[in-house]
Design a protein around this ligand. Structure first.
Ligand SMILES: [Zn+2]
Ligand SMILES: [Zn+2]
Length: 375
């Protein structure tokens, strides 16, 4: 197996902004496991033991730190540094309230644009496992999780500078990759991340691939060119028999015929008010780019956005009253189909088989080696 040859260790500490989409004003931080040194403006203030809760809020443009007994001080920066390598910290935003999440490694707290900026300084394995858990859920097999780990790692190393101007590397929202804390729901995720350590994907020209994935392709993946005008040799349509039986393989939506007519007219379609409903019928056996009537057309991705559809892969059947959209798949359809890849893993395909099925002409390489060659 190729990934067994990947280097055993690659350490670089990542800086990930947590609760990035929420303007956190106050938060409770506690140790779930192990001890943390707490630094206030680079000076060691105290140690936080297991189950100790610390409260941080914004006061006069500074961070007010207190424990359950009394205020401790005001700081520009507060840092929680893990003493133990398996320490776990728990973050529980109070204002605005959000579900608590837990993280490995260190936490740096400061103020940016009037909100508390929380940066997890974390080893890549922990981050990647957390993203795989958030993006793929806990119910798949080992070879699927290995494939997903390699995609997450490839995205990570091609986007390390995405938020550098804001003082961190990636955010924890879907803008970058969803990261809802450490992976705790399935130990196979953590093992898969470790087993593929240092492995990333490159295209025929040895550049990192755009490591995209989606929930369900509906039976055929979409090309990068059609979806985003991003024409890549490895992002080409692939027939996918593996995802057909999953719950998100099919969807329907009804729209009043009058609303459909009004919508199309607002996009330049020309037809008389007496037009027969079947003129609006439309079929997609294979993926198309446009919905057409005669010479008039509109991009399917425009319709998907405007009607908040699960995919662009749908047919249209019109009646006197409404149009029914019969759709397939969920997501943009480009790259790896998660439902199909999960099924492939279940029936015995390897991680490498799965990746090469959805991305044409790619190779698995070692990130550290690739980087050395590049420099
Ligand atoms: Zn981001
Ligand atoms: Zn699929």
């Amino acid at each position: 197996m190729l990934w067994a040859t990947c280097l055993p260790a690659y350490t670089q500490i990542l800086h990930i902004s947590l609760f990035n989409e929420s303007p956190v004003k106050s938060i409770v931080i506690s140790s779930l496991k192990g001890t943390y040194h707490i630094f206030g403006d680079s000076t060691l203030i105290m140690d936080q033991s297991q189950d100790d809760a610390m409260y941080i809020s914004i006061f006069n443009d500074r961070l007010l730190l207190r424990n359950s007994k009394a205020p401790i001080g005001n700081f520009v920066n507060i840092r929680f540094e893990a003493v133990d390598s398996d320490a776990v910290i728990r973050l529980s935003p109070v204002n605005p309230k959000a579900d608590a999440r837990q993280y490995n490694d260190n936490l740096s707290v400061s103020i940016a644009f009037g909100r508390i900026l929380l940066i997890n300084e974390v080893r890549p394995d922990f981050y990647i496992a957390g993203v795989v858990d958030a993006e793929a859920g806990p119910n798949a097999g080992a070879e699927f999780y290995k494939a997903q780990s390699i995609l997450v790692r490839t995205y990570l190393y091609t986007n390390l500078s995405r938020h550098l101007s804001e003082g961190f590397q990636l955010c924890d929202g879907v803008h970058c990759q969803a990261y809802r804390g450490r992976a705790v729901r399935n130990p196979i995720i953590v093992e898969a991340t470790r087993a593929t350590r240092d492995c990333v994907l490159v295209a025929r020209d040895s550049s990192f691939i755009n490591a995209v994935f989606h929930a369900n392709c509906g039976g055929e993946t979409e090309s990068g060119a059609n979806a985003w005008l991003n024409d890549k040799s490895y992002l080409v349509p692939v027939k996918d028999p593996f995802c057909a039986n999953s719950s998100s393989a099919r969807w329907t939506k009804s729209i009043l015929l009058d609303q459909w007519k009004t919508y199309l007219k607002s996009h330049g379609f020309k037809f008389t008010s007496e037009v027969a409903p079947n003129v609006f019928d439309f079929s997609q056996i294979n993926r198309k780019q446009y919905y057409r009537i005669g010479r008039d057309s509109i991009p399917l991705k425009q319709i998907r956005t405007d009607f908040q559809l699960k995919s662009t892969f749908f047919s249209v059947v019109a009646s006197a009253k409404d149009v029914t959209l019969n759709g397939r798949g969920f997501g943009h359809g480009v790259g790896l189909c998660q439902d199909g890849a999960m099924r492939m893993a279940k029936i015995g395909y390897s991680c490498e088989d799965i990746l090469k099925y959805y991305f044409k002409g790619i190779r698995i390489v070692r990130y550290s080696e690739y980087n050395r060659v590049k420099q």
